[in-house]
Ligand binder design. Structure first.
Ligand SMILES: Cc1cc2nc3c(=O)[nH]c(=O)nc-3n(C[C@H](O)[C@H](O)[C@H](O)COP(=O)(O)O)c2cc1C
Length: 178
């Protein structure tokens, strides 16, 4: 079940250690199947509260929808994705990550789920590039007449940005620094 009501935010940022890695895994439809200790600690949820639940449990309202649309399109096509993400902890605090998300395959090459590994992002990159970019995308999405038009507007803006800089989405994320 998607928990869309979970949008209360405190404005308080949580951080984690540069040596830490936040790991979670999902099944093929995005329900969590695994989290490491660092994941549960920073998200503020217990393992029981997460397993079998959609990963949007920790979605933060400042995240543009087009980033997740890009994520799912690429994962479904067997591609890995790198992205900066702001997440929401259970009490409404937030934390920024630099995520690498990949499909997981069985021995026959069939996709059995997805795997995300996140590290501490570069603070300057988040502040100087990602926050303004995501704010612009979110405004475009929210000012459209419908959610689908909003998503299309967000996707168009990302496509224009990539064309302008002649880079892929992953290259853009890396070119901004990690
Ligand atoms: C392996 C994996 C990890 C994910 N990690 C996150 C995450 O940390 N935060 C997040 O908001 N969404 C994450 N997502 C994306 C969610 O599944 C979902 O698309 C997103 O929260 C947007 O929710 P919505 O589609 O209901 O709007 C992840 C998806 C996968 C497959």
């Amino acid at each position: 079940m998607a928990l869309y009501g979970n949008t209360h935010v405190t404005g308080v940022e949580r951080t984690f250690d540069r040596d830490d890695i936040i790991v979670s895994k999902t099944d093929t439809v995005g329900k969590m199947t695994y989290g490491n200790r660092t994941f549960f600690k920073i998200a503020g949820y217990t393992e029981n509260e997460c397993l079998g639940v959609q990963h949007n449990l920790i979605r933060h309202p400042d995240m543009p929808r087009c980033v997740f649309d890009f994520l799912w399109k690429n994962l479904s096509a067997g591609e890995e994705v790198f992205a900066y993400v702001i997440n929401r902890s259970k009490n409404g605090d937030h934390y920024w990550v630099f995520a690498h998300v990949t499909p997981s395959y069985d021995a026959a090459g069939k996709t059995v789920g997805y795997h995300s590994t996140r590290r501490v992002p570069n603070r300057k990159t988040v502040d100087d590039h990602i926050v303004p970019l995501y704010k612009t995308l979110l405004q475009l999405e929210k000012s459209a007449e419908s959610p689908s038009r909003g998503l299309a507007a967000g996707n168009d803006a990302v496509a224009r940005l990539l064309a302008e800089h002649k880079v892929s989405f992953n290259e853009l994320m890396f070119s901004l620094g990690t």
